[in-house]
Write a protein that binds this ligand. Structure first.
Ligand SMILES: [Zn+2]
Length: 285
């Protein structure tokens, strides 16, 4: 080939002097290879690529610390479970929805972290900081166990500071979601998987029951929006939790409330109908 194309060097095109004149296969294969590599790069955006360290000042002890957080706008939501648990392509965002001070042990859902009165701070210091031994993480990301432990820390902080019932219930809900995520993350070939799955499913059920109990109480004591949800989305969430924990009659009561109201969006009505259908299927089988 070099004979035919010799002299290209003088025009700065020496890199083309070995080009295949009539056989495009190699060129195509090269292009395909490059394409595949590029796709791999996009596909392999991992959890750690979406995490950065955020500076936070603790409203309880006043110390500054660094917290793992998700880069805004990077994670892509792909679907939602029946109980509105969001699923993202790259990571389980629920692992990062708690902010916890590694110095004094005060923790909360990130959106509620700064809402702390001096009276509440005193309660946290007395009941938590006095005995708190600290938090330490080795990895760039949180494992499910770490995230669940952080969720529990947020839950006790929220109870101790006498936070809203809905706030406590929502943390229970996220603990249920994290337990579901943990179960889903177990590879199929792990020995004893079945037993683990059934234990996690029981634990998840416990969290969802607590969430439903708290939300039902919040319904009596708080006004909408509750946890950022309007009345009928909240009814839908309750129907989903009742359905998932096997309390079908309670679930159907909320479904009916949703279906008879003309003002409710079709999106919520469709979701409610799916719960109704699922329950009739279970009951007829
Ligand atoms: Zn602190």
């Amino acid at each position: 080939m070099s004979d035919v194309l010799s002299g290209l060097e003088s025009m700065g095109l020496g890199n083309l002097s070995n080009i295949e004149l009539f056989n495009d296969k190699k060129q195509k294969a090269d292009e395909e290879k490059k394409k595949a590599e590029k796709a791999k790069e996009v596909k392999e955006l991992e959890e750690k690529d979406l995490i950065y360290l955020k500076n936070v000042e603790c409203p309880c002890c006043g110390k500054e610390f660094k917290e793992r957080a998700i880069r805004p706008g990077k994670a892509r939501m792909i679907s939602q479970d029946t109980d509105l648990r969001p699923r993202y392509k790259e990571l389980d965002t629920m692992k990062y929805n708690v902010t916890a001070c590694p110095v004094c042990g005060y923790a909360a859902l990130t959106r509620d972290f700064t809402h702390l009165s001096s009276g509440q701070a005193r309660l946290v210091k007395e009941k938590i900081s006095m005995n708190f031994t600290g938090l330490k993480y080795d990895g760039d990301t949180y494992s499910y166990d770490e995230a669940i432990a952080r969720g529990k820390l947020a839950l006790v902080s929220t109870v101790v500071k006498r936070g809203k019932i809905s706030e406590r219930a929502y943390i229970c809900l996220t603990l249920g979601w994290l337990t579901r995520g943990k179960a889903e993350s177990i590879a199929e070939d792990v020995p004893g998987r079945e037993a683990m799955m059934s234990r996690f499913s029981e634990e998840e059920n416990g969290y969802l029951l607590k969430a439903a109990e708290g939300f039902t109480e919040a319904l009596l004591k708080e006004s909408f929006p509750i946890c950022g949800l309007d009345e009928y989305t909240f009814f839908y969430l309750l129907s989903a939790l009742d359905y998932e924990t096997g309390r079908y009659n309670d679930a159907l009561k909320f479904v009916e409330k949703i279906l008879i109201n003309r003002a409710v969006s079709e999106r919520i009505k469709d979701k409610a109908r799916r719960i109704k259908e699922a329950i009739s299927e279970i009951r007829s089988s």
